[in-house]
Write a protein that binds this ligand. Structure first.
Ligand SMILES: *Cc1c(COP(=O)(O)O)cnc(C)c1O
Length: 391
């Protein structure tokens, strides 16, 4: 086995720690009710915030693009993999974000590999919120830049890091727009102010804010009215936008620089025509459908208030991401399993993703959830919550 025995030993440890978990297998598309094991289950874990994954216009766009261009792009973007739909998507994304340009990657994850891996060098320092997403952390790991971590949303901690950073070629502040485990929002006005005072570049990863925050879902920069003051806006096309892919929006030079140097852009095949065309259609739907976001926000705010009134701890949530904090890993996973028996799917999120005593079950409220759906979830939560002595 040449050393592979340790895999089963480590898997055994995960089981003992209550952290062993294989992906749930679904027999239906992403929607508010999905099928698992022949049973209908209320889905409260999907990032399909606006219900776009099965939107008729997106599906039609995917079908038409497949008919016209085929199923694959055939090569990387820089050789023969840039069709007019890829170009159009980038133009409309830039217009949507209010930036000069946008560049699309295969996913949000690879966008972060491309952006950080390319822009940062040994002469730079990157200053990162301690709760930033794994793909940011990994993107930074690809570089020789000095890394500083500031306490979550703590502006004194950020300022301290900036104060000691004047000798570097450039200072990069990077933060999630909406934090995926707590559902709280980065304090962008304060971050931008500090960045301007200390001559730093601001980079925001809006994966959970794209389509969610700001007018028609334009993101955190729009939400806070900070246009022109955030240098690099990263987003995903895989969550609220409903398809798959990632992008970076910023200056024309940023785009052209990444085209020449970003390794995921240069060395991995571009989005399939169906993906590019359905992303493009999604942006068009977003621009003209503010009611989707309004419905999602109204449902999320009502659900969060109701859970709080019922006595649940929803942590720092201020978005459609609503955790219920349970405690240690095994108890959290047991809570999620009981909820599923009651017909509600929400994942247990445990150490090391969150602190060992802050295991939580995480709910994501979407525009597709009806008032009846949310009441169904609440009743299941009350029942299981009483069993666990939470309420
Ligand atoms: C989900 C997420 C990503 C990854 O996006 P994909 O398109 O799914 O690869 C990147 N950054 C953050 C902050 C995320 O939440």
């Amino acid at each position: 086995m040449a050393g592979l025995e340790r895999l089963s030993e480590e898997l055994e440890q995960l089981k003992q720690q209550g952290r062993y978990r294989l992906p749930a297998i679904w027999e239906s598309g992403s929607g508010s009710w999905m099928e698992m094991g022949g049973r209908r289950v209320l889905q409260m874990a999907s990032n399909n915030y606006l219900g776009l994954t099965d939107h008729p216009r997106l599906k039609q766009a995917a079908i038409e693009a497949t008919q016209k261009y085929g199923v694959g792009a055939g090569s990387v973007r820089t050789i023969s993999g840039t069709m007019d739909i890829h170009d159009q998507l980038e133009q409309e994304l830039a217009a949507f974000k209010g930036t000069e340009a946008a560049l699309v990657f295969q996913s949000g994850f690879t966008t972060n590999q491309g952006v950080f891996g390319t822009l940062l060098g040994a002469e730079d320092v990157v200053i990162s919120d301690e709760l930033n997403h794994a793909s940011i952390i990994d993107g930074i790991r690809l570089t020789k830049a000095t890394r500083k971590i500031y306490k979550h949303k703590d502006m004194d901690s950020l300022e301290e890091a900036l104060r000691g950073a004047s000798s570097y070629r450039s200072r990069f502040i990077v933060t999630d727009g909406v934090f995926s485990m707590d559902g709280d929002i980065a304090p962008m006005p304060q971050i931008v102010e500090l960045a301007e005072r200390y001559d730093a570049i601001v980079c925001i990863d809006d994966a959970h804010a794209s389509g969610v925050l700001g007018h028609c879902g334009k993101g955190t920069t729009d939400h806070f009215g900070l246009h022109g003051r955030v240098h690099i806006q990263i987003g995903t096309l895989s969550k609220a936008v409903g398809v798959v892919g990632g992008y970076v929006a910023g200056s024309r030079e940023l785009k052209e620089y990444l085209i020449h140097k970003a390794r995921p852009f240069l060395f991995s095949t571009s989005q399939t025509p169906a993906v590019a065309a359905s992303c493009l259609e999604a942006i068009r739907v977003l621009r003209t459908s503010p009611e989707l976001g309004e419905r999602m926000w109204a449902s999320a705010n009502a659900f969060r208030s109701q859970l709080q009134a019922d006595g649940f701890d929803t942590g720092a949530s201020e978005t459609p991401i609503i955790p219920i904090v349970i405690g240690d890993s095994a108890r959290t996973m047991a809570f999620a399993a009981r909820l599923l028996e009651e017909g509600v799917f929400a994942p247990g999120i445990v150490f090391p993703t969150v602190a060992a005593d802050k295991g939580r079950v995480r709910f994501i409220i979407t525009a597709s959830h009806t008032a009846d759906d949310l009441e169904f979830a609440r009743q299941a939560l009350l029942k299981v919550g009483r069993e666990f002595g939470l309420v």
